[in-house]
Design a protein around this ligand. Structure first.
Ligand code: PEP
Ligand code: MN
Length: 348
């Protein structure tokens, strides 16, 4: 249930309604940013909405018919914007996150970070804890990798996103990363999501390989229900009968989720396709479809990458793509920041 208070409701009236809802067995989340206080009451309390409507200061009450309450547009009609210093995810600007699948060596992380910064990326991606399909594949460098990634990010004025696979890694990762990435294989790891709800760092939840939009939004709900409202979603391709590409990129999920939810939507054309020659067209399509950001694998020497080399772009390919995106974004009313350093790189 969503309770919308009158514009002139006093703080005492808001508090009285919160207390009333809690008495009825609800958890109450207060939405910030709107002119009026909006209270999201979640849980299995049994409320008579008429009883709430007559409380002082209450404007109107809506029942939320979807199972994800805090993630829904009914609870929060305006877009969520996640701010990390000067980077705003979910605002007008399309934000690009780029970097290697995995941190491998100091040199590889440094060269790749320098290249993605030059092309205009705002956030460095890179895995240190890797969820590999085979136990014999490279599993990541752990904290050593986190240190490499963060120092390269700092040197180049980038923020860092990296994957957290289990709750026991949250503490160490939070010392290095600006954003937690929950991988597709962990989208339904509810104990991990609950723990991330207790943190205050932004969380990007990738769509599970066979997850419906509703299941994906319910995963976001786990984090939101814990009190962490800085959640974004990432479409990374789903498994279908089509086997030509690594996955099937569900571009339609972008506008669908943006209609149902206020959370920013990021698109990952790298894992969606599995082939570097298909990453650029899918990235262009994702921006045209309204994605709030992209996450793209780039490697300074992709043919020697320890993971996901086939889908990792060469720096020059990535630079070309960024130049194309700067043309597409304004056509749909979005911006893409052109850093002076990016302009120099592009003209070389
Ligand atoms: C990754 O980002 O490298 C990754 C493992 O992604 P996903 O969870 O989407 O497979
Ligand atoms: Mn990868």
């Amino acid at each position: 249930m969503v309770v919308i208070m009158k514009e002139r409701a006093t703080e005492a009236q808001v508090q009285a309604v919160i207390a009333h809802l809690m008495d009825m067995g609800y958890d109450v989340h207060r939405s910030s940013g709107a002119n009026q206080a909006v209270l999201g009451a979640v849980g299995d309390g049994q409320a008579d909405t008429g009883l709430i409507e007559v409380q002082d200061g209450v404007d109107r009450v809506h029942r939320i018919s979807v199972p994800y309450k805090l993630a829904s547009r009914t609870f929060k009609p305006e877009n969520t914007v996640i701010t990390i210093d000067d980077v705003r995810i979910g605002g007008d600007e399309v934000i690009v996150m780029a970097g290697p699948c995995s941190a491998e060596t100091e040199e590889q992380v440094e060269a790749t970070a320098a290249a993605v910064k030059r092309a205009g990326a705002k956030i460095l991606r890179g895995g240190a804890f890797k969820p590999r399909s085979s136990p014999y594949s490279f599993q990541g460098l752990g904290e050593v990798g986190l240190r490499m990634l963060r120092s390269a990010a700092d040197r180049h004025g980038l923020k860092l996103i990296t994957e957290v696979m289990e709750a026991s890694q949250i503490e160490v990762i939070s010392q290095y990363a600006h954003i937690f990435q929950v991988g597709a294989r962990n989208m339904q790891n509810y104990s991990l999501l609950r723990e991330l709800g207790k943190t205050r760092l932004p969380v990007m939840i990738k769509r599970g390989l066979s997850a419906t939009v509703e299941e994906w939004l319910l995963s976001a709900e786990y984090v939101l229900a814990g009190g962490n409202m800085q959640v974004m979603l990432c479409e990374r391709g789903i498994r279908t009968f089509e086997s030509y590409m690594r996955n099937t990129f569900d571009i339609s999920a972008i506008p669908v989720v943006q209609q149902l939810s206020h959370l920013p939507v990021i698109a990952d054309p790298s894992h969606a396709t599995g082939r570097r020659d298909k990453v650029a067209p899918m990235a262009r399509a994702a921006v045209a479809a309204g994605a709030d950001g992209l996450i793209i694998e780039v490697h300074c020497d992709p043919d020697r990458a320890k993971s996901d080399g086939a889908q990792s772009m060469f720096p020059a390919q990535f630079e070309r793509l960024m130049a194309e995106l700067r043309i597409i974004a304004p056509a749909i009313g979005r911006s893409m920041c052109v850093e002076p350093v990016a302009r120099r790189g592009w003209n070389r």
